[in-house]
Design a protein around this ligand. Structure first.
Ligand SMILES: Cc1cc2nc3c(=O)[nH]c(=O)nc-3n(C[C@H](O)[C@H](O)[C@H](O)COP(=O)(O)OP(=O)(O)OC[C@H]3O[C@@H](n4cnc5c(N)ncnc54)[C@H](O)[C@@H]3O)c2cc1C
Ligand code: SF4
Length: 524
């Protein structure tokens, strides 16, 4: 156990994909690394696969109460565990499209260009895919960016009903492709799990924590291997960082204040990396002091602003024939990503999602649905369901912001770019008949947390964007705070725009890139 006054080379705050990937890479340098994680290990149990526990009771979701601009309360869809939100994520690990790094016009505004291009991130995407066991197939996805290497793992095979869906979509002149998935799955020729495959290809991928440690999450892929391999790497759990103290003389973070197991502790390091998730990192940077009355790194008043989270919805269609698919999340469609024949602006991405369980449907059902649904018990509906995740880009707006109001955490959100989301949904609705489904989509609100839309924080990004101008950005191009010499941020805070693909592979790739910059700085 570390002594409360220990000094480290690097402190990493947060053990999600950002912090864990960075720390794992730094572990090999021999430098003393301390990881501080507010949560504990997520308990492994059969409850991990119980739909009522995970979705209806939301047993693993943070118990925090946050506020909206209107004073209403909600529970953010966050998960405080070793591995962060990746303990429950769906592990769809996409690269942003090359055009996402440039300026893109939407009906409601502009998705701004990144200050670094795709070419800078490409080598790190390749490394991130290999590290997180991403299974996929190059050449199928019509919008995928160029890559310097094939996927290290073969695509996760479709089950028969999904292969049928693939063929139907192809007949509709679309280009469905194998969803890139981070999973420790070894497949037989028919796609089933081999005798020694860690993943057994069950029906609780996506939203559930894996009790077999077979999902490529940050704990399994980075934290545990780093603990095992590097004696210079220390993890402290239940260690909540309350404040970063700065040294007025040289403008660096001098102390990290922690409450661990109800005790106050302080640590210091040459370099401090905040990787608490985009929302919590912005909150941590609001560490006020005489030298920083607006909080740290906040001379530009940009900390917490430009919060983005995707316009997303999880929808269920009901097939007329039963759907016996167990592992459903293997297919995606990006044909509408940059537009459609009837719409010149980007629409977004359609991907499969975990199979619906009867318990979930029972909890989500509202009388409105029941007016047109065929007469079916909920378990029967689950058996006929086919489920999709729709995702459109959310544009950065300065007024969309996480902030403190006294002790309260307030999340200001003004909806935007909604027409893209509506039109994307209409595209899917137009495919229901060829799919052999009833002509309506049912919202599955529970998946993303009970307080949708405001609590739908799964794809949090953009609260401390990076850039070259300290007047308009918080971080420099290495993701170091413009205003502090030793503070880096390694989660999705740095995103200037979010695109319409899932964010985590970009978080990981960037964390590896930032780790390389830190290694250079340490001479390691
Ligand atoms: C249900 C669900 C499904 C998802 N599916 C996908 C998907 O399929 N594909 C995809 O790309 N993304 C998906 N995501 C999003 C993905 O989980 C996140 O993008 C990713 O986990 C972000 O990584 P991070 O390291 O930036 O932050 P996090 O994963 O949020 O990790 C931050 C860590 O910091 C800790 N922390 C926070 N504050 C403090 C503090 N003050 N002191 C100490 N520790 C602190 C937290 O406990 C947490 O462990 C999903 C998310 C959810 C919730
Ligand atoms: S599908 Fe595989 S990774 Fe997902 S919960 Fe089941 S065993 Fe774990």
């Amino acid at each position: 156990m570390a002594a409360a006054s220990d000094h480290y080379d690097v402190i990493v705050i947060g053990s999600g994909p950002g912090g864990a990937s960075l720390a794992q890479r730094l572990g090999g340098t021999g430098k003393r690394i301390l990881m501080l994680e507010r949560g504990d290990y997520l308990p492994r149990s059969r409850r991990n696969q119980d739909s009522k526990t995970v979705f209806v009771d939301a047993a693993y979701q943070a118990k925090d109460t946050w506020y909206g601009s209107d004073g209403g309360t909600f529970r953010p869809g966050l998960h405080y565990f070793v591995g962060g939100n990746s303990k429950v994520y769906g592990a769809a690990l996409f690269r942003l499209r090359e055009r996402d790094f440039g300026e893109l016009r939407h009906k409601d505004g502009v998705s701004p260009a990144w200050p670094l291009g795709y070419d800078v991130f490409e080598p790190y995407y390749t490394q991130a895919e290999a590290l997180y066991h991403v299974h996929g197939q190059r050449g199928e996805d019509p919008t995928e960016p160029w890559s310097s290497a094939p996927y290290a793992y073969p695509p996760v095979k479709h089950e028969p009903r999904i292969q049928e869906l693939n063929d139907i979509l192809e007949r509709e002149a679309l280009h469905p492709f194998h969803l890139p998935l981070g999973i420790k799955l070894i497949q037989n020729p028919d796609g089933s799990a081999t005798t020694y495959s860690p993943c057994i290809r069950c029906d609780t991928f996506d939203g559930f924590p894996c009790p077999f440690n077979a999902k490529a999450d940050a704990q399994v892929i980075c934290v545990d291997p780093a603990r095992a391999a590097y004696p210079n790497f220390t993890l402290l759990t239940n260690a909540y960082v309350t404040r970063l103290e700065t040294d007025a003389a040289d403008g660096s973070v001098s102390r990290v204040h922690v409450i661990r197991d109800n005790q106050f502790e302080q640590y210091s390091a040459d370099i401090v990396v905040a990787s608490c998730g985009a929302l919590s990192s912005a909150l941590l940077l609001r560490s006020l002091s005489d030298a920083h009355p607006k909080g740290l790194a906040n001379g530009s008043d940009q900390v917490g602003r430009n919060y983005m989270r995707h316009n997303m919805s999880i929808v269920m269609a009901l097939l007329k024939e039963p759907n016996h698919t167990v592992f459903q999340k293997t297919l995606a469609v990006s044909d509408f990503y940059f537009g459609a024949s009837d719409w010149k602006y980007p629409l977004g991405l359609i991907q499969m999602c975990a199979t619906s369980h009867g318990e979930q449907i029972r909890s989500e059902a509202v009388p409105g649905y029941l007016s047109w649904l065929p007469e079916m018990p909920f378990e029967k509906m689950a058996e006929h369901s086919i489920d999709f995740w729709l995702q459109s880009e959310d544009l950065p707006r300065p007024e969309n912001r996480i902030r403190y109001d006294g002790d309260r955490v307030v999340l200001d959100i003004r909806e935007g770019n909604e027409e893209a989301a509506r039109r994307l949904r209409a595209k899917l609705e137009g495919l229901l008949e060829p799919m052999g489904a009833w002509p309506h989509l049912i919202e599955r609100r529970l998946y993303l947390g009970k307080d949708i839309p405001i609590g739908g924080t799964a794809h949090q990004a953009g609260t401390c964007r990076f850039g070259t101008d300290p007047a308009t950005s918080v971080l420099d191009l290495d993701c170091k705070a413009h205003e502090l010499d030793n503070l880096y941020v390694a989660d999705a805070s740095f995103f200037p725009s979010i695109g319409a693909v899932n964010p985590t592979l970009t978080i990981i790739a960037n964390a590896l890139r930032v780790a390389d910059r830190i290694k250079e700085r340490l001479g390691a």
